[in-house]
Ligand binder design. Structure first.
Ligand SMILES: Nc1ncnc2c1ncn2[C@@H]1O[C@H](COP(=O)(O)OP(=O)(O)OP(=O)(O)O)[C@@H](O)[C@H]1O
Ligand SMILES: [Mg+2]
Length: 312
């Protein structure tokens, strides 16, 4: 990647709070035009990283560049739109006024701000409620407005910290499809999430962060393939069976009971299907359903973060 291709460049970034290393010597790069996912469980260090890159807090060590400018500098802030984790709009102003206020902060001419604002509110499904006070908005409406506020400056790069967290299906869908279409139009997106499906559906590449450390960076599909030992067969029988009996079958690495189904992890799903058919016949059971599953991104995530814990 040449210098000009880089939207974000993070080198050896570290942030400590008292005895805790929230971000532990992380390095990564995001290309211009990329939709980059930053995936990790609660407390992994996602928000801390975003706050450093967007200039809200300072790192203890390391460097971060945004479009070639130092994180926190005016230049870096001018090219970025941010939807923070705890974002808020002014409750006693209308959605429309909030948007215009944000535009003013960025020094955008009023005519242009109004034009852009109308388009954004329409895309966000808020046009009809634009003059209502924000305190009368639902959580989903507020979050959509906050996304609009991050976009009013037409930023080159968009930072989103769990933008769909706690929202209903409709708002989530709208926000996801807007993120996708912004990226299709060339915007770089840095998306923080703990939702594997969201990362899988949207992202070109995903970094997995756990306990302040990056444990993997790759395309979602490649992360899945990288954990091929986590292929599985999911089976359900007419009667319940003991997990221990299933775990003793040849080529089974691990068994999980999920509702009325059993998920058997294996390196050889084809052989295991034959074994299961024989097992059900010899135990006078009938198979209700049987599926071979590719490892999900969630499986990859568990495998990669457990490795970090030293369990694997
Ligand atoms: N201001 C702070 N003071 C002390 N500790 C902090 C502070 N901010 C974050 N931490 C700690 O740093 C770690 C990383 O927190 P961070 O908010 O970055 O995680 P996260 O990945 O965003 O989690 P979540 O998914 O819950 O939003 C946590 O252990 C958290 O308690
Ligand atoms: Mg967070």
């Amino acid at each position: 990647m040449s210098v000009n291709d880089k939207a974000i460049e993070v080198r050896n970034l570290t942030k400590r709070y008292d005895g805790l290393t929230a971000v532990d010597n992380i390095c990564f790069e995001v290309r211009k035009g990329e939709l980059f996912g930053f995936l990790g469980p609660n407390g992994a260090g996602k928000t801390t990283t975003v706050r450093i890159i967007t200039g809200v807090i300072k790192a203890d060590d390391g460097t971060a560049l945004v479009m070639g400018s130092r994180a926190g500098s005016l230049k870096a802030k001018q090219v970025a739109g941010v939807v923070p984790e705890m974002a808020n709009a002014y409750n006693d102003l209308s959605g429309w006024k909030n948007l215009l206020l944000m535009a003013e902060l960025y020094g955008i001419a009023s005519g242009e701000a109004k034009e852009r604002g109308e388009v954004l509110l329409k895309d966000l499904g808020l046009l009809e409620r634009k003059d209502g006070l924000v305190k009368t908005y639902s959580k989903g409406m507020k979050q959509r407005l906050i996304l609009g506020m991050a976009l009013i400056s037409d930023p080159q790069i968009l930072f989103l910290d769990e933008p769909t967290s706690g929202l209903d299906v409709q708002s989530t869908r709208l926000i996801k499809s807007l993120i996708k279409s912004l990226n299709d139009k060339g915007k770089t997106v840095f998306l923080t999430t703990h939702d594997m499906d969201e990362a899988n559906q949207l992202c070109d590449r995903v970094a997995i962060i756990n306990k302040g450390k990056i444990v993997a960076i790759d395309a979602p599909e490649r992360l899945r393939i990288a954990t091929s030992g986590r292929r599985s067969v999911e089976v359900s029988f007419t009667d319940s069976v003991s997990v221990n009996n299933l775990a003793r079958l040849p080529s089974v690495n691990e068994v999980q009971k999920i509702g009325d189904k059993y998920r058997l992890y294996t390196d050889a799903p084809g052989d295991l299907v034959v074994t299961l058919v024989n097992f059900s016949a010899s135990n006078k059971l009938k198979i209700i359903s049987l599926n071979i599953l590719a490892p999900s991104l969630e499986d990859a995530f568990v495998a990669l973060t457990e490795k970090e814990h030293g369990y694997v």
